[in-house]
Design a protein around this ligand. Structure first.
Ligand code: R5P
Length: 299
């Protein structure tokens, strides 16, 4: 079956880069927004296997347009639909912490799982669920890791061998240890306490850092509270230059200014979410995972 990729305007350059790597055609999806807030979505003619590239930052608006695109793609002949959502929204709320709370991860599992045959993402924020297949039972689901792409990018920066790779909490251990292994550096994770949406306290074990360079890594920066608290704690412990590498940059300019003011020398994020800090491309990672779609082309 032939394969093509489509995206909305917000993912065009990343989707085109994947299309070039796979040697498949790329088409853009057009959106007209009516004065009352509704959207008219127009897709291109789909291939039997159509990959839809749509990062789901700003999810409340994007999810509805994604749903409309799927309606049009299916009705116009797409037999297999693959969603590439580099940032997969609403994964953090995986249980009801207080009575009456919605479990957004379950809702996404049912909604997106009902629209697509396969979902591919990177560094999905999974806490109590270890496998993305548990979020999307009944369809193919893969959670890729950006750690190797981040490590390869940072390696080119020639940070000193004594660099400490740090993460805010035990959950960041998976990225931190992988990046540290590739760079041949030591790794440490902190103890984090969240006091509110933007207020976080972090402590790092170990003694004074005596001017050591630190590479701080995490999956998501949203309000920037975690990152800013971590940078302050590391600076207080005597860190020298602090560099930041993250997968999903969801933060605004104010948070970026705060992170630099706290002492971040440079902030590098992946292209998962188009952002002023985007520096680490993921098209090779996604193309690698999607190659089996094109390998089926003779089917
Ligand atoms: C939490 O467990 C994540 O790994 C991130 O540390 C968190 O989502 C960052 O959020 P914020 O930037 O709002 O502190």
């Amino acid at each position: 079956m032939s394969v093509s990729i489509q995206s909305f305007e917000h993912g065009a350059s990343e989707a085109e880069a994947i299309a070039r790597r796979l040697g498949i055609s790329y088409d853009s999806i057009r959106v007209h927004r009516f004065p009352d807030g509704e959207s008219l979505v127009t897709v291109a003619p789909p291939a039997p296997v159509t990959i839809l590239y749509c990062s789901l930052d700003w999810p409340n608006a994007r999810l509805v347009e994604l749903m409309l695109a799927v309606e049009a793609l299916r009705r116009n002949g797409a037999r297999r639909l693959v969603l590439v959502a580099p940032y997969l929204c609403y994964m953090r709320q995986d249980k009801a912490f207080h009575p009456g709370e919605a479990i957004s991860q379950h809702a996404m599992g049912r909604w997106l799982g009902g629209m697509f045959d396969r979902i591919v993402t990177v560094d999905a924020h999974l806490h109590r669920v270890s496998d993305l297949s548990a979020v999307f039972p009944g369809i193919e689901a893969e959670n890729l890791s950006a750690a190797e792409s981040i490590a390869a990018f940072v390696k080119e920066k020639n940070l000193p061998p004594s660099t400490l790779v740090a993460g805010p909490d035990s959950e960041s251990g998976q990225w931190v240890s992988m990046i540290a292994r590739t760079l041949g550096c030591e790794a440490v994770t902190g103890r984090k306490r969240r006091l509110g949406d933007r207020k976080v306290e972090i402590e790092f074990p170990g003694g004074p850092l005596d001017g050591r360079t630190v590479l701080f890594a995490d999956d998501i920066v949203s309000s920037g509270g975690t990152m800013t608290a971590a940078i302050r704690a590391l600076k207080q412990a005597g860190a020298g230059d602090i560099y930041v590498a993250i997968t999903h940059a969801l933060f605004d300019n104010e948070a970026e200014v705060a992170m630099h003011a706290a002492g971040a020398r440079a902030i590098w994020s992946t292209t998962s979410v188009p952002h002023p800090t985007s520096a680490i491309t993921l098209d090779a990672l996604f193309a690698g995972a999607l190659r089996r779609e094109t390998a089926r082309q003779g089917d």
